[in-house]
Design a protein. Structure first.
Length: 532
């Protein structure tokens, strides 16, 4: 079949590394638990259904190193399993509370949903979600992308080039170790590109990456196909850019699908509505009220008086929106293909947690996309690995430095709320490079200290921390994480340079953040490379 357009749907799956064994319950760990329940388990269940029914589907998905590390961490797996069981208990209790009331139907929906998720997690997956991602990657339906080791904002880290090298190298290593194969592509953290980044990516065996729209629109020279064909960079990598039209259909507050009045209201939760004594045992916190995931109202409109949520009506609406999206893409495909002698490539990248977490019906929408587009005579869902094995149109040039933050450049991660962190990052990065070069032959406990210093520096570099400072969300936690990791870095440095060696201190620090078991501090010398 000859198509008028190829469509690449990209989900960026990432969370900051949050693990606190020193506390039995820690609020920010719930970011991971919520994402698993509302996004990642439902997504993989959808993939299983589509594959089992022979429906054609293609997705591209980042599995960032912090997220993969948490998905395979025994402590977090056990805590997540406990959390899921607790919510199943709440669902049973809610079934009793709402019996013979107007809330009975929606409460029953949550009981059935959570029971199904629990059975899938324990029995179908055997608590191993990563293995199912591996299966879908091997099938060719899913392209798995890596990311920077801790999602570091690479343009601002590039003041110390070795730190960029380490972020990319550890990202490739971690994906390869956990997923069992080397990644072909990378989601550059925050889509943040700077001149020369493609050379770093190429050195680590990567073939393609994704950019914000104007990364290609303002490239030098300007590509004749705009964002609708990939660009080959000077280092030979293929750069794909976001289709702004698709983003508008999803993200726009005025026109975007997630704001439909039939969809579930995100903010109205029984964790705030019901008596505190009743709900307290099910809150993932030591005291304050919070989200439980039980939300009984639909968006309704700009009113405090919300109507009852109807899951079937909302699912039907998601499938209708999916059909509308496919129809709009078919119109776009015909318009684009009429303007040139190539098959356009339309890239639709989104944060994975938009689907299921922020937009509860988002996974239904995705499923509707693939069911509604089969068979489409106009658009073909594909992924980069498949596309790059075929004949495809591409331009050549130097992409524009850019990011997918507000206004498209770097200001989200460098502004009055977070600028104080960057001199600290630069100083620590330079110190790491200096010591790594001096100690390049270290072994024994000195090597262990240096490897943990590398972990702490990478964890401090996460772009999530300055982002949270800018948005005003969990600011104190973000500040604490930067300061804690840099403090650990300095403690370890002093132990290395001046002694005495204290095994218990090293073990305490390493026990809090045991990710990247194969890290090699010599990556910071600029001489070591990830295997490729």
């Amino acid at each position: 079949m000859t198509y008028s357009s190829r469509l690449i749907w990209v989900l960026h799956a990432h969370l900051p590394y949050v693990r606190h064994p020193e506390h039995p319950v820690f609020l920010e760990e719930n970011w991971f638990f919520e994402a698993m329940i509302e996004t990642y388990l439902p997504l993989v269940m959808m993939m299983d259904r589509l594959s089992g029914e022979g429906v054609h589907w293609k997705l591209t998905m980042t599995l960032s190193p912090p997220l993969l590390s948490m998905m395979t961490d025994e402590l977090l797996i056990e805590r997540f399993s406990d959390r899921l069981r607790l919510l199943c208990d709440l669902a049973e209790k809610e079934g009793e509370r709402t019996r013979d009331s107007r809330w009975e139907s929606v409460a029953g929906f949550y009981r059935e949903r959570l029971g199904g998720l629990h059975h899938y997690w324990e029995n179908s997956l055997g608590r191993n979600l990563v293995a199912r991602f591996q299966n879908h990657i091997r099938s060719g339906n899913l392209d798995g992308l890596t990311c920077g080791a801790t999602h570091g904002f690479l343009p601002l880290l590039s003041v110390v080039p070795e730190t960029v090298e380490a972020q990319v190298a550890v990202g490739v290593q971690t994906f390869s170790r956990i997923m069992g194969e080397k990644p072909k592509g990378i989601w550059v953290p925050e889509c943040a590109y700077f001149d020369g980044l493609d050379e770093v990516l190429a050195r680590h065996g990567l073939s393609y990456f994704f950019m914000e729209s104007h990364g290609l629109m303002y490239a030098d020279p300007t590509p004749p196909s705009g964002v609708y064909a990939p660009m080959r960079t000077p280092a030979g990598l293929i750069a794909f850019a976001r289709d702004p039209d698709s983003s508008k259909q999803i993200w726009s507050q005025e026109e975007g699908y997630p704001g439909d009045f039939d969809y579930r209201d995100f903010y109205r939760d029984i964790g705030y509505d019901l008596p505190y004594d009743y709900i307290r045992p099910y809150l993932h916190t030591d005291g304050p009220r919070g989200m439980t995931g039980f939300k009984y109202h639909r968006i309704t409109g700009k009113t405090e008086d919300k109507d009852i949520y109807d899951p079937k009506t909302a699912r039907d609406r998601a499938f209708a929106h999916a059909r509308d999206f496919v129809q709009r893409k078919e119109v776009q495909a015909r318009q684009l293909s009429a303007s040139g002698n190539w098959i356009p490539t339309v890239v639709c990248p989104f944060d994975a947690e938009l689907f299921g977490h922020w937009w509860f019906e988002g996974v239904d929408f995705l499923e509707g996309l693939f069911r509604g587009a089969e068979p489409s005579p106009v658009i073909e869902f594909t992924n980069p690995s498949r596309l790059l094995t075929e004949n495809h149109w591409e331009s050549e040039g130097n992409p524009e430095p850019s990011s997918w933050g507000v206004n498209g450049y770097y200001e989200v991660w460098l502004n009055g709320s977070n600028e104080w962190i960057w001199p600290l990052m630069t100083d620590a990065g330079r110190e790491m490079v200096r010591i790594a070069r001096q100690e390049k032959d270290a072994d024994g406990y000195r090597k262990d200290i240096l490897n943990q210093m590398a972990r702490e520096l990478l964890l401090a570099q996460s772009s999530d921390w300055p982002f949270l400072m800018k948005t005003g969300t969990a600011v104190s936690y973000a500040v604490r994480r930067v300061k804690d990791h840099l403090f650990h870095f300095r403690v370890l440095r002093e132990m290395l340079l001046h002694g005495p060696f204290r095994q218990e201190i090293l073990e305490e620090i390493r026990g809090k953040s045991p990710l990247f078991p194969d890290i090699d501090f010599r990556l910071f010398t600029g001489m070591a490379r990830s295997s490729s």
